[in-house]
Ligand binder design. Sequence first.
Ligand SMILES: [Zn+2]
Ligand SMILES: [Zn+2]
Length: 81
Amino acid sequence: MVNVLWREGWLKPLSTESLPNEKCSFCKNDFKDLEFVTSCEFCEIGILHDECHKIHITKNHKDSLDKKIKTHEEKRLHSYQ
Ligand SMILES: [Zn+2]
Ligand SMILES: [Zn+2]
């Protein structure tokens, strides 16, 4: 069995003027039109590219991620009882 990470399937259009940062907090490149961006749920890094977010999470938050997966597995067990 492998764990995959589910992302909500809706898109929210935002202009860079409404963002706290106009450059990606991870790679420091400017956001371009219609790029996918997101924020980190584990820290206050700011807005970053979707691709950069994946790298950021697996690099910096492996522990939090593992914890989250465990909590989720426990919940899954309970719902069968
Ligand atoms: Zn980036
Ligand atoms: Zn983070």
